[in-house]
Design a protein around this ligand. Sequence first.
Ligand SMILES: Cc1cc2nc3c(=O)[nH]c(=O)nc-3n(C[C@H](O)[C@H](O)[C@H](O)COP(=O)(O)OP(=O)(O)OC[C@H]3O[C@@H](n4cnc5c(N)ncnc54)[C@H](O)[C@@H]3O)c2cc1C
Length: 375
Amino acid sequence: MNANAVEFDAVIVGGGFFGCSVATHLARELGERTIVLERGSDALQRASYANQARVHNGYHYPRSVLTAFRCRVNFPRFVDDFPGCIMDTHEKYYGVGKRFSKVNAVQFKRFCELIGAPVSPAPKDIKRLFNLDYVDDVFSTREYIFDAVKLKNETLDRARNAGVEIRFNTEATCVRRSDDGSMELEANGPDGAYTLTTRSVYNCTYARLNKLLHNSGLPTLFLKHELTEMALVEVPDVIANRGITMMCGPFFSIMPFPARGLHTLSHVRYTPHCEWFDRKNEPYRDPYEYIETCDKTSNYVYMVKDAERYIPCLRECRYQDSIWEVKTVLPKSEVDDSRPVLYQKDWGLPNLTCMMGGKIDNIYDIMDFLTPARV
Ligand SMILES: Cc1cc2nc3c(=O)[nH]c(=O)nc-3n(C[C@H](O)[C@H](O)[C@H](O)COP(=O)(O)OP(=O)(O)OC[C@H]3O[C@@H](n4cnc5c(N)ncnc54)[C@H](O)[C@@H]3O)c2cc1C
């Protein structure tokens, strides 16, 4: 291939946390001419904004020790890498349910010790917040929150400083291999449609990974999607600087959401409103378009009714809003609630890579794939 024939070494489709971070890595570490195409008018506006903002430190995954260990490796990396985006001043507690929980308190504590995650009994004034008829025990843990707006600003600054070009309001519609072995990517931007030539394409579109593949006539990936609702609430003062997660089953989390100065309330049973799969040989459904057509009557009332059985003061929460987003997971994660990364190189075409992280800190697992593969 003639090196001058291509405009870019890498075209990254999707300006979320993963797309922007991958672009920065390719430009900064590997010296590649890199461009990000983002269909929205700004970066990190979809799943990278509309999430619980938890920097996972392993506690969440007693049913998947591998995921828990990866969190233990990636947590300090993320905290060191994004100190200005982290909120580490709030207290974080995990309660373990007495009934319906897949682990009991002894097992949870042993699990935390096994993965080396700090865990200690919660102070008495915290335990008093819980209804111990329903809660086996409560633990103090070390887990942080990130501010999604600060993360966006930092991620964009890094991309721009690394020389990455970013085009907003630009949708990648189709990718194909050209006769000389390079790749062509069709894009639709503010001034109309055009074609980019590149050596490689990275599909970092999370819920919409299959949209580009489907449009390009390429094999699609087996993915599960959910329409999720996180309620945004004002919490009673006693919860203000705290985050609480009830484990491990049909329970809930109440977590600070710094980007809005509120807390999110999410519930394993009521946060997902509907689910669907991208399956081979079935008609494809664009997740962004689909959720626009779904009923969005809030489940907040059910969430808080259930949560206050465990933590009675949560009945004083004041509902403000809901954040709706598509959550996409690999169907195999259903079994053990694990969060493996998806990294498919040469998917359907040479030099087309599809990737997806089930958690923000999975970015480091992706970086590990990128570097050795390209040196
Ligand atoms: C409800 C919920 C709660 C979560 N809680 C947590 C949590 O507490 N902690 C955690 O670590 N993770 C959490 N996650 C997971 C986390 O949000 C994702 O792992 C992460 O945001 C994925 O980032 P991304 O860049 O891949 O996706 P996104 O941020 O969705 O970025 C994809 C981008 O691609 C763009 N795009 C799509 N198609 C095209 C196209 N054809 N052309 C151009 N642009 C396109 C979109 O506009 C979007 O900006 C949660 C997710 C959800 C939904």
